[in-house]
Design a protein around this ligand. Structure first.
Ligand code: NAX
Ligand code: ATP
Ligand code: MG
Length: 374
């Protein structure tokens, strides 16, 4: 049986056999969508029907239409939590900014609740940045734990996170996590738990250090998104493909990388962002900012988490042709586009003194410009 995909994949209209791996994975995604009561089904259907991924043979995603299609309307019948509950696993003695940037970005875009699971040292600092965040001081680094206590403490940490897991629409693992071996071992268990619970996971920063060295954690999980920067991408390519980054064949290499990790979605950050799930490659090249201050990747990971969650719901509520799309790819396209637009607005205003906190202040307006609240 031949089935026409509802959305152009970027390589012309695609027809595929019902038994293809793409379709099987997409059907798995549909099956794996959780319960979500949405009053706006028809609105979503209309918006999703409007998505066109690319024009012609270009790889450039039609990011604004993706944003419009997946962003839920603000409906007075909805209750707290329905617009998204995100958890960031990150924050240690050294890094408190990164988890804050990711978690606050999720709220500024429109998620209802944003949690941070971090070490005890980091917790009060992160709380002091914002009363909006729900901060759990549960993680431990090796220096605070005796060897004979490790097994018990690791069990307690997992139990603490497990209490919450089913409530989350997406985890962001890695911003400001650090590289302490005991802490990373506990985070491996958290990733396994999220996977068992079918919760999508965005892996960034030190989370990429962890999974690059333990690929089994995410391999073959279609709800995993990796967001490597230039260094992290280099390590991933070396480890997985046993070669160096090849910019002459950048798209093919990204495709093979995503395919070799079992169809996870990879967002390769750079001058243009490239996104692949091992089947297609899309790019987002809209103008951003020439400022490269630290923390912009953290905004991106928090944003992708929200949009991925919204895309899952929009796909579930859309018509049959759209319910076969990959929410991870949609989430990456939307997150990348919004981050770059906000960065460009912040730079217009602040020029060389633009900081990550300035960019965060433009997330709301950037989304509003594309997808106004009605
Ligand atoms: N204000 C803050 O708290 C900020 C904290 N950040 C955090 O800082 C930490 C480091 O991020 P950076 O952006 O500085 O990282 P970099 O991209 O600078 O990488 C740090 C170092 O680790 C190496 N590396 C990366 N992946 C590796 C792998 N798989 N195996 C071995 N070596 C690897 C790189 O070669 C580099 O030397 C992350 O947790 C990140 O989230 C950043 O997000 C920036 C802002
Ligand atoms: N040369 C560039 N021109 C325009 N935008 C860029 C450029 N490089 C990166 N970006 C954008 O900046 C964002 C963050 O990418 P970056 O490579 O700085 O991540 P990072 O190093 O992980 O950041 P962080 O400091 O948060 O860890 C991405 O959304 C990407 O689109
Ligand atoms: Mg980073």
């Amino acid at each position: 049986m031949l089935i026409k995909h509802g959305i152009n994949s970027g390589f012309g209209a695609i027809y595929t056999l019902a038994s293809s791996p793409v379709l099987r994975r997409q059907q798995f995604l549909i099956r794996s969508l959780g319960d979500y009561s949405d009053q706006n089904t028809n609105t979503h259907q209309k918006r999703m029907q409007g998505i066109k991924f690319t024009s012609g043979a270009s790889l450039e995603a039609d990011a604004e239409n993706v944003l419009r299609a997946i962003t839920p309307t603000l409906d007075p019948n909805r209750h707290k939590g329905q617009a998204g509950k995100i958890a960031v696993i990150g924050g240690c003695r050294e890094y408190t900014g990164a988890p804050y940037f990711a978690a606050i970005s999720a709220l500024k875009i429109g998620a209802d609740l944003s949690h941070v699971f971090c070490t005890k040292d980091a917790a009060s600092v992160i709380k002091s940045y914002s009363p909006e965040l729900i901060v759990h001081p549960v993680l431990e680094e090796s220096y605070g734990v005796r060897d004979d206590e490790k097994r018990v403490i690791s069990g307690k940490i997992l139990a603490e996170v497990a209490k919450w897991m089913e409530r989350f629409d997406c985890l962001v693992v890695g911003p400001g996590l650090g590289r302490d071996p005991f802490l990373l071992d506990c985070v491996s268990k958290i990733i396994k738990l999220a996977r068992q619970s079918n919760v999508p996971i965005v892996i960034d920063g030190d989370g990429l250090f962890l999974v690059t060295n333990s690929l089994d954690l995410i391999s073959g999980y279609p709800l995993a998104v990796l967001t490597p920067n230039v260094n992290e991408y280099k390590h991933l390519v070396q480890k997985v493909l046993s070669c160096e980054v090849n910019d002459e064949e950048a798209h093919e290499q990204l495709l093979s990388l995503a395919k070799r990790i079992g169809g996870v979605t990879i967002l390769r950050k750079g001058k243009s962002d490239f996104i692949s799930d091992g089947e297609t490659v899309k790019s987002v090249s809209i103008y951003g900012s020439p400022r490269r201050c630290g923390g912009q990747g953290d905004i991106l990971s928090g944003s992708v988490a929200v949009f991925l969650s919204w895309a899952r719901h929009a796909i579930r509520d859309g018509d049959s042709s759209f319910s076969s799309k990959n929410p991870a790819t949609l989430g990456c396209i939307a997150g990348s586009a919004l981050m770059r637009k906000a960065a460009s607005l912040a730079f217009e205003n602040k020029k060389r003194s633009t900081l990550t906190t300035d960019i965060i202040e433009y997330l709301g307006r950037s989304l509003e410009d594309i997808c106004p609240v009605r």
